[in-house]
Design a protein around this ligand. Structure first.
Ligand code: CMC
Length: 429
């Protein structure tokens, strides 16, 4: 392969370097393009633009491959646990027993949230969406723990911020849920592991004994692993862009949470279950909804279908589909919505419209059914995605800051009015 690409603009030939990743992905390095030629590139939605080099996650959308730091997602989902995967993503290697104990303990000891932060919950309306609460509370962490650290200069202080974030976000998420029910908040119990503690804070009532069900704990742990990173998607690009201004990690995470909330991104898992419920209530006719999704005059989209990069299958969806069957079997749940989901998937996968456009179920298609089976309410689905994605966001932020990448500042092609003179109001028509 050539290590240069020739570009001819207005008769002049330029040579641009070619970059190749460790998995053979190729890019034309255009970082000097404007200086050399006066031209910029235009790629709305960044469909062809590499915004960074990264050693964290490899994803091949054509063949349905997803690796975290080189490890296939299938192996991690089967053999690892969420905090080990978090360590791997953030620090680059699987931890030794000693490294893991330090990391886990650093998180376990910081699950408590400042009592003054608790008062912020009182200011939200009772029906506040927990994603809005999560974004606001993540941002407020920057006021309780001010001083943005420079990870190049102070790794210990950076680790402390990472521990705090991983420790406190589940507490904040569970409190957002409890608050929306007008129930007393549960304080974390540090005898529990990460997922047990979250479930305890979500479901324990002062009136009853509560012990987290191991089937539910395992299912939650697996779902968090599957969501832990996904290279340069909308919320990850957001954290890199926001963080490139050198604002604190907490503020950067808050921006990423807001970005994830949208229905085209993490918000899709909530939309999927609502769509499946709607189909069920409407008599379960999946062909009617396929027709709606194909109709260009109808805004309806098949939620949980299609992906910007996966054009064959989403490996996470494959794992979740199997996990979904397992969890429902183990818990003895017969959810009619799962049958509708399977019928819808089967019908879409043999429909020309979906085949032609390479639209397959994505991670969100079956995850909502498991969340529902393990008792997570629908408006908390995207919060679960956010909790899972925390290590990925942190890892991407850290990589960007350690490499001291420049502030993100894209250019544009201006299409507005050309220069014109101000006219006083009385002369305007
Ligand atoms: N239902 C019906 N048609 C669809 C769908 C869908 N879910 N997704 C894409 N299409 C059609 C779209 O109308 C377009 O058709 P045409 O070529 O005739 O104009 C074609 O497929 C290409 O779609 P696109 O919108 O240009 O593709 P994109 O890469 O910009 O969008 C997507 C990717 C995920 C936003 C989109 O597939 C979608 O809206 N899916 C539903 C929402 C969803 O499930 N989101 C979760 C994504 S996975 C979790 C995450 O990482 O956030």
């Amino acid at each position: 392969m050539s290590d240069k690409i020739k570009l001819i603009i207005e008769g002049t030939e330029y040579e641009l370097p070619v970059i190749e990743g460790t998995e053979g992905e190729k890019a034309i390095d255009i970082s000097k393009l404007r200086d050399l030629t006066g031209y910029i590139t235009l790629d709305i939605g960044y469909k062809n633009t590499g915004a960074t080099k990264s050693a964290i996650t490899f994803l091949d959308g054509e063949t349905g491959i997803l690796h975290y730091r080189g490890y296939p997602i299938e192996q991690l989902a089967e053999k690892s646990n969420f905090l080990e995967v978090a360590y791997l993503l953030i620090y680059g290697e699987l931890p030794t027993a000693e490294q893991f104990a330090k990391f886990e303990n650093g998180i376990r000891r910081r699950t408590l949230v400042n009592e003054d932060m608790r008062k912020i919950f009182d200011g939200f309306p009772v029906n506040a969406h927990p994603m809005g609460v999560m974004a606001a509370l993540a941002s407020s962490l920057a006021t309780f723990y001010p001083n943005a650290v420079d990870p190049r200069k102070d790794r210990d202080a950076t680790d402390l911020r990472i521990y705090r974030l991983l420790a406190k976000m589940p507490t904040i998420a569970a409190w957002a849920y409890k608050n929306s029910h007008g129930h007393p908040l549960n304080y974390p119990k540090n005898k529990y592991n990460y997922c047990q503690n979250f479930l305890y804070m979500m479901y324990a009532l002062p009136t009853e004994e509560y012990e987290p069900d191991p089937v539910v704990v395992d299912a939650l742990d697996k779902l968090l692993i599957l969501h832990a990173d996904h290279e340069q998607n909308c919320s990850t690009s957001t954290i890199r862009l926001v963080g490139s201004s050198k604002v604190s990690l907490y503020s950067s995470i808050s921006a990423a949470i807001s970005s994830l909330w949208g229905p085209l991104h993490g918000g899709a898992n909530q939309e999927v279950i609502e769509m499946l419920e709607q189909i069920k209530q409407d008599g379960g006719d999946v062909t009617k909804y396929l027709a709606k999704a194909k109709d260009k005059n109808d805004d309806f989209r098949l939620m949980g279908f299609g992906h910007r990069v996966y054009k064959n299958f989403d490996p996470r969806a494959k794992i979740i589909k199997v996990a979904c069957d397992n969890v429902l079997n183990k818990l003895g749940i017969n959810d009619p919505v799962l049958e509708i989901a399977k019928k819808l998937e089967e019908a879409a996968l043999s429909d020309e419209y979906f085949v032609e456009r390479k639209l397959y179920p994505n991670v969100d298609f079956y995850s909502g059914i498991i969340y529902r089976a393990i008792g997570i309410p629908v408006n908390m689905f995207t919060v679960m995605f956010a909790l899972g994605r925390l290590p990925g966001w942190i890892a991407q932020w850290l990589e960007m800051r350690i490499e001291d990448q420049p502030i993100g500042r894209p250019r544009q092609i201006y299409t507005g009015a050309t220069k014109r003179d101000y006219a006083p109001m009385e002369t305007r028509k």
